[in-house]
Write a protein that binds this ligand. Sequence first.
Ligand SMILES: Nc1ncnc2c1ncn2[C@@H]1O[C@H](COP(=O)(O)OP(=O)(O)O)[C@@H](O)[C@H]1O
Ligand SMILES: [Mg+2]
Length: 311
Amino acid sequence: MSAPGTAAVEVRDLVKAYGSRRAVDGLSLTVERGAVLALLGPNGAGKTTTIEVCEGFRRADSGSVRVLGLDPITDAAALRPAVGVMLQDGVGGYTGARAIELLRLFASYAAHPHDPETLLASVGLADVAATPVKRLSGGQQQRLSLALALVARPELVFLDEPTAGMDPQARRATWDFIRKLRADGVSVVLTTHFLDEAEQLADTVVVIDAGRVVAAGSPAELTRAGAEGQIRFRATPGLRLVSLIAAMPDGTTALEEESGRYLVSGDVTPQLLATLTAWCAGQGVLAENLAVERRTLEDVFLELTGRDLRT
Ligand SMILES: Nc1ncnc2c1ncn2[C@@H]1O[C@H](COP(=O)(O)OP(=O)(O)O)[C@@H](O)[C@H]1O
Ligand SMILES: [Mg+2]
């Protein structure tokens, strides 16, 4: 049903406007087969719109979208059994049914579904199987929504803010679940505004803001690019930093920010740390409160957009 040799999702120059406002403004991304891609951005960045176009729920104004090598709208019938969808607002219109009934109903449409009872238990909802969906907590509805997206054994899933409204424990369990999907070779596109979620789960993070890609790469690539890490420490004031800089690799800088407080910036490797502590020892100086500070995706986003991700 899906064209072999193609990416799981291929988006090129996607534009989607609501009225005169472009929610998605020339966005491109590729999700490799079997990979997890996180679309990371603040509220209103265009994450939901982008994946709704991929799901075939919205029509692109321009640009191209291929899902499993097919067109999400004209090939919708062929794609339906292969693609699982978890919507941002959860289970919506089915709230009168019990959790297990709803999952059985979805399973009944599939050719080779997971066993509904087993799947419900694996998302931690065995205890509330007979509870009407509308009586489930927000986090439980999210987990049911995840089970509904997966019951048909899709080869690609779209998860829109899969851990929104979950307590920390349910969040961890959902992360484990997504890791298992990846291990089973399922391709995953998820949206999130949680940095740790993107860093923990994704092979590729696409950071978007105002409908455009501002950065893309693996979490390691994104946090390594541009400005590097830094090391802070305290020691006696007035150290001869010229000789420290000479001892360290090219491109490393060192300065005394305040009396007795030092900042070393550069490519923070274990070797750099070893060089620094050896130099201090050679000066007969004890470096105290030594702290290595690495860039996070938050820093990357802030540098690129001047804004905070969580606003
Ligand atoms: N149905 C809609 N009608 C009009 N504007 C919309 C609609 N859906 C989303 N928007 C606007 O498009 C922009 C992107 O929204 P969305 O794709 O939901 O972003 P995200 O999922 O990243 O929060 C926002 O400014 C939002 O207000
Ligand atoms: Mg959204």
